[in-house]
Design a binder for this molecule. Sequence first.
Ligand code: ADP
Ligand code: MG
Length: 598
Amino acid sequence: MTGGNHTPVIHVLDQSTVNKIAAGEVVERPASVVKELVENAIDAGARSIRIELSASAGSISHIRIIDDGCGMSPQDAALAFIPHATSKIAGIKDLDTIRTLGFRGEALASIAAVSRVTLITKPQGSGAVAGTKIVIAGGTVKEHAGIGAPEGTSILVEDLFFNIPVRKKFLKTINTELAHIHTIMEGVCFSHPECSFRLFYNNNEQMVTDRSTRPLDTIARLFGADTVKHLIPVDAVYPFMTITGYISQPSLTRKDMARMLIIINGRFISSPLINGAVKTGYGTLLLKDRSPVAFLSLQIDCSLVDVNVHPTKKLLRMSREKEIAEAVRKAVSDALLAHDLIPAVEAPAQAIVSLPAATEKQPVYTYPLTETASSGVSESTHAGTIDSDQRLRQTELSTGIPAFPSRLPAIEVIGEFGGIYILGRTETDELVIIDQHAAHERILYEQVLLRLKGEHHSQELIWPVILHRTPKDTSVLKELLPALTQEGFVIEDFGRDSFIVRAIPVVLGRMENAGIIDEIISDLVNDASTGSVNNRERITRIIACRGAIKAGTVCTKEQCQRIVTQLRLTQNPYTCPHGRPTIIRFSRADLDSMFKRI
Ligand code: ADP
Ligand code: MG
């Protein structure tokens, strides 16, 4: 624009251009229109809101929102489309105590600047007096007239972005745009259970919620009763905020964070900070790369929240972020701690009643069978028994008396299966299956953490071990040395890609062979990419995994019982440090229903 020999000339943009530019901030896609109009309906005190969408020629062509809210007088109806016209605040001070979702007075002006809008409205309680109809296209009023209308407001938006072809070009497929609308509506429905919502697409009902005072009803309507079954309540009060809602048991997770709905002071927002805090609250209950499901509503002291930092208010700014995040983490962690998290087995819909026909190809599952693994409990002196004994002894707690009531019921071991699973009966007469490796890993993990607090967590090797690594491994290992030292390793750089290991953590016990040390170091170097946990945490998990009794090692009944006893002494007996379950239960009722006894 500014060629070398021209002086740029500044001019003020005309109002229509200004409006279109401003609209770009608020109206990004059809979902933004839905969000703004639905929020206006909620602010108008609507009890029932209907959203109608339809598509033609590859895009969403009609968006109509109908509410039974307060409606507008003829004068207000005209003012509503003027930029920065609002009934919700009078001055900036009102933002400190804002109760409405809107306050910027931008949405209707922005939407009308980039589409064709038809508004029909009539104030509540105005009786037989006519309503108002206004048609605006590209910001220009085309029609303003009286019309017979029900009380409340209906706004129809058509030809979105007809006058901004670039924006239109960037719209995605109808399905993608519908998905965005669904996401917005999930948040809106959850944050406003006092309202009933009905969403139609091409006249087909897509989403319905009823008015309710129980958030679980709304969650069930949106995400199904199955989701609700896996939720546990969160309820926490802090001086500057309260947290209520539901989070999933660790048995219900997703690979993305799309089911983490966070509401702050009635606003559905996206907050990486809160999402992160929720995940941290799960600690080792979550598998790497998995996210929980969470429906949380935070009421935070208004003076700590600035809602006016984003045109669509999708983001908020919070002061005391650290304390807020810590409170969320604690609320989540407390809720999980207060809950019995042993996953129950769900009866398969179709019980197995007949053998498959001989011609049918069935997948064959083979287990590494040993002479004793297929039934009952091994009493053999398997070579692994001694090793298992050694590993178990490392994790026997000195006192044996739990400092807190165990979170698992008492369990009597009744058998073992495949060198992997311990079968047990609980004091409440349930059948439990325990993954022996995962359980021992959990035990070891908690002990490593405990012993870190003590003094003597390092033991010298009688024969120092020399490790040779590739140059690439060497540089990773050098970076990890300080963290390894903290864990009780004494490792020195020996030059030429070699290291000498002089001491290892006590918890690794008598495993004084170069093999296991080499394995641990390899795991560490290979796993250096895992960004989500810090080095210490990674090292602890790897020590736990490598030190634990391996799957496939047949344990004696007595050893199985010792694993169970030790597992009951852990703070979090439900998962291994990587988030895999350690224990699953079948109640009598579960079994009866699987066998169709009821
Ligand atoms: P804001 O919501 O920030 O005030 P908008 O441009 O969204 O700005 O709306 C402007 C004004 O129009 C609102 O302040 C409100 O008074 C009125 N209004 C908009 N939608 C409705 C509706 N559905 N029912 C009643 N009044 C409405
Ligand atoms: Mg608004």
